[in-house]
Design a protein around this ligand. Sequence first.
Ligand SMILES: Nc1nc2c(c(=O)[nH]1)N[C@H]1C(S)=C(S)[C@@H](COP(=O)(O)O)O[C@H]1N2
Ligand SMILES: [Mo]
Length: 253
Amino acid sequence: MSKRRLPRRTFINGLVSSAGVMLTGCADTVPPTYGHLLRIGDLLTYKAHRLLLPGQSLVREYDYSDISAAAAIGTINPGNSSERFFDPTHGPTYERLLRENFASWTLSVEGSVTRPGAYSLSDLKRMPSRTQITRHTCEEGWSAIAQWTGVPLRTLLEASGVKPSARFVEFYSYDNRIGSVDMLDALHPQTILAYGMNGRDLPMGHGAPLRLRLETQLGAKSRKFLRRIVVLDDYDEDTFQRVQSGWAWYMGI
Ligand SMILES: Nc1nc2c(c(=O)[nH]1)N[C@H]1C(S)=C(S)[C@@H](COP(=O)(O)O)O[C@H]1N2
Ligand SMILES: [Mo]
């Protein structure tokens, strides 16, 4: 049996209704609101989670027997020019890297760090790893359980010498997607950069060669096909492209 380490979801459900009361007097937990009145719900969720959950409480981890037989694939091949989110600059690069099994792929780490750098897959595999069996929940209503192996984002950030002023981490993908998380989620022990899935190399459809697993938020935030990470002191509104079309920045679960 898996250990139910803590009833994170139950805890949130039970307390979120009283969150309105908690919203006063905590200016230091204000997330980006992007000036949208409709985003007030995200603000409530964000503040409720940040106030009511201990900072680094763990999401549930499952057993081998819970792993979904056929894990759904949410998206696409970034190298395919007929895909909706094809990026004319990075898509062809992805196609080439995929053909050579990512031998010359590197992850660039930039921004508010004292040691920016580029990491190959073998660099990342040499770092301490974490393996976890977790449930992916897509905002469209499906979920799937899989085992993920990778380097904790915290480990990579520490190796890069994150500056004390850093507050957000932003992820760039080969399919023209960008997404960011705050430092609390970035440093969460289950936030990993996964290169393995169910005991094998991460398949293309699930984000090869490297994807984010952000277990504390909905699946859409777990960016696949990573090429670049930028550590930021301030929230970068322009780079979250989909807020304007109604997507939340914070998708905590
Ligand atoms: N780069 C990139 N990352 C992405 C997406 C995407 O389209 N591009 N889709 C997101 C969504 S909405 C989901 S549900 C998951 C799907 O992950 P899966 O394909 O491993 O099931 O990836 C997320 N990460
Ligand atoms: Mo999704």
